[in-house]
Design a protein around this ligand. Structure first.
Ligand SMILES: Cc1ncc(C[n+]2csc(CCOP(=O)(O)OP(=O)(O)O)c2C)c(N)n1
Length: 623
């Protein structure tokens, strides 16, 4: 009823304040209904409904700007800025993104997807505003989980010197994807329960007032900038840095929040509003299982059960099982995650070996250097991380792990196209950013057994090594091909002549399909499972060059710095003049959408690859 009245940005300002509660309820129902069909980030959005309403009431968008950290909680913002219809194709190919996108709307001030960037970006917008002499308001919204990321502190440190207005809203739901971790989380928790301390303060003062020298004592306590003060005044950490702290406040009270944001606009300097929210608010299953409903697959609203329950093990499951076995065999094995114990499959390892499990918060850079320290101390660290998030830790991999040649294993999940999370999350750069680093080894399994074999191989190797595997079902084909893993050695699966397909990881399965299609045309095709991207098996390449006129490399990584370039380099150094075709991801960001569709779109599905090979065969030259 009220949501119907909201078609355009700022329409919320027409709603009577008495109806805010009803509007919030309608927004929640809308989000639950839509996300139950498309999938998406439910819990974080349900928790941020009132906060977003308050921002839209207190600000004048788009002149004023909101920077959403991670951006997964921006659905209500999208709803209130004329994008209601977009929810039917949320996260689908050419549909509305699940994250803020400047190209999608003038009301999205800054693109996000990875965590802990909003304060830096917001501060940049503030400085740009000031330099241009403008007067608009800039607000960065950051969650307590994202506040575990180091970049947030670099930004706070910088923002503290500011003499003009900058509003930071800390959306504190006491959860990251899983339970939040670490000292800051503890600190925020103490603030949450600050009423206890305030009562204590009052109690102490009242007791002292009743005594003879009570006044003097109270004054002494007040004068002393003691830890007592730290206890009784919430937000001292921020205040001491020079950031005005307002809170903690109820993040579900629209009117109060709106008033507070309006007050915060008057502060000449950085100001933090600490809003307490509940993840999944208003939907029972999401309140009870916040981790499961952080990023939900389509589900049945009544029960919260996924509409298409998984029946096949994915690579994460395989990794999870093997890690538990390895942990049992070798007490030096330790596992590290940057806030993704569920997503990376390390939860079982955590339950079995709590002392050897470390969740460091959303802190990939720290995770890698921490792992380097563990390795230098004689342990065998395995860093389980998503491909796109490891991008952050490039220097730590190079400077802290690889220069010292420390035996850190990188278990890189979600490598390749990930689908609906889109361009910020596609794991298509890891071969590129890893393969230029001396001492690093890189491999990718063709199927679920090979992931297990590679992990065992990796922990036995006394050097840095990365194993990258994709999101989704673990391939259970080619079971009979299980030659022992040897460093830098490929595996011949089919040995014929004429066309040689060198495929890496997920592309071995595609390579099989391509080979079938080519054979239907009467061609002879070899399929080689590359296994290693660094070092590549040059012997296998040269052997193939002798008996095949066309060499094709297949990978789910961008072409630049990828596997194919190494194959071509090997061929050119050795004077091989075979024709060559590089199947990889083009030099562009790949948007959100179904993975199979995306593969067709960029021409790396079996049919498109077969077409390209056939054309090449016909023309006798490269496409
Ligand atoms: C660099 C990076 N690492 C990991 C993630 C995965 N991730 C997405 S949201 C999230 C938790 C964020 O928690 P919080 O900021 O408290 O937001 P909430 O969802 O609780 O509202 C994580 C770990 C990410 N987006 N970016």
């Amino acid at each position: 009823m009220f949501l119907e009245q909201i078609e355009n940005p700022n329409d919320i300002k027409k709603i009577d304040r008495a109806d805010y509660g009803a509007l919030a309820e309608e927004i929640r129902q809308f989000l639950i209904e839509k996300i139950s069909v498309t999938g998406g980030h439910l819990g974080s959005n349900l928790g941020a409904v009132e906060l977003t309403m308050a921002l839209h009431l207190a600000l004048n968008l788009p002149e004023d700007k909101i920077v959403w950290d991670v951006g997964h909680q921006s659905y209500t913002h999208k709803l209130l800025t004329g994008r209601k219809d977009g929810f039917d194709c949320l996260r689908q190919f050419h549909g509305m993104s699940g994250f803020p996108k400047r190209k999608e709307s003038n009301y999205d001030a800054f693109d996000t997807g990875h965590s802990s960037t909003s304060i830096s970006a917001g501060l940049g917008l503030v400085k740009a505003r000031d330099l241009k002499g403008e007067k608009n308001t800039i607000v960065s919204v950051i969650g307590d989980g994202s506040l575990t990321g180091g970049m947030a502190y670099e930004a706070l440190n910088n923002a503290a010197e500011l003499e003009t207005n900058f509003i930071i809203i800390l959306n504190d739901n006491n959860m990251s994807i899983s339970e939040n971790v670490g000292g800051m989380s503890k600190y925020l928790n103490n603030i949450r329960t600050a009423n206890g301390y305030l009562d204590l303060k009052e109690g102490v003062y009242n007791a002292l007032l009743g005594t003879k020298r009570g006044d003097t004592l109270i004054n002494r306590i007040r004068r002393a900038k003691s830890s007592f003060k730290q206890l009784v005044i919430p937000g001292m950490f921020y205040e001491d840095m020079g950031i005005t702290y307002l809170g903690p406040v109820d993040g579900h009270d629209v009117e109060n929040l709106t008033r507070l944001i309006q007050e915060a606009k008057r502060v000449k300097g950085p100001v933090m509003i600490h809003a307490l929210t509940q993840k999944g608010k208003g939907y029972g299953p999401a309140e009870r299982h916040p981790a499961r409903f952080h990023g939900a697959e389509p589900f049945d609203i009544e029960t919260g059960i996924p509409s298409h329950p998984r029946t096949v093990a994915n690579y994460t499951d395989i990794f999870s099982t093997v890690m538990c076995k390895l942990g049992q065999r070798d007490e030096r094995i330790v596992a590290i995650t940057a806030a993704m114990p569920d997503g990376t499959g390390l939860k079982r390892f955590r339950n079995m070996y709590p002392d050897r499990f470390f969740d460091v918060g959303i802190a990939e850079e720290h995770a890698v250097t921490f792992a380097a320290g563990l390795a230098a101390g004689g342990m065998k660290p395995i860093v389980a991380v998503y491909s796109s998030f490891l991008q952050r830790a490039y220097d730590q991999i190079l400077h802290d792990v690889c220069i010292q040649n420390l035996p850190v294993v990188f278990a890189i999940d979600r490598a390749g196209l990930v689908g609906s999370d889109g361009e910020t999350h596609q794991g298509i750069f890891d071969f590129t950013y890893l393969s230029g680093i001396p001492n690093m080894h890189i491999c990718a399994p063709k199927n679920k057994w090979e992931l297990s074999d590679m992990l065992k191989f990796a922990v036995a190797l006394d050097a840095p090594i990365a194993i990258r595997y994709p999101r989704g079902n673990a391939y259970a084909g080619l079971k009979e091909y299980r030659a022992p893993i040897a460093l830098g050695r490929a595996e011949w699966i089919y040995r014929e002549k004429d066309i040689a397909l060198f495929a890496v990881g997920s592309m071995v399965k595609t390579g099989e399909a391509v080979r079938d299609l080519l054979k239907e045309k009467g061609l002879f095709v070899s399929l080689i499972n590359a296994r290693f991207v660094k070092p590549i098996d040059e012997e296998a390449v040269l052997e193939a060059c002798k008996t095949h006129h066309l060499i094709v490399s297949l990978e789910e990584n961008v072409a630049t710095g990828g596997f194919g370039e190494k194959v071509l380099d090997c061929m050119s150094r050795n004077g091989c003049d075979n024709r060559y075709l590089n199947i990889s991801i083009p030099d562009a960001y790949v948007e959100h959408g179904n993975v199979e569709l995306l593969k067709q779109e960029i021409g790396i599905d079996a049919a498109s690859i077969t077409d390209r090979i056939l054309k090449m065969e016909q023309n006798g030259k490269a496409q």
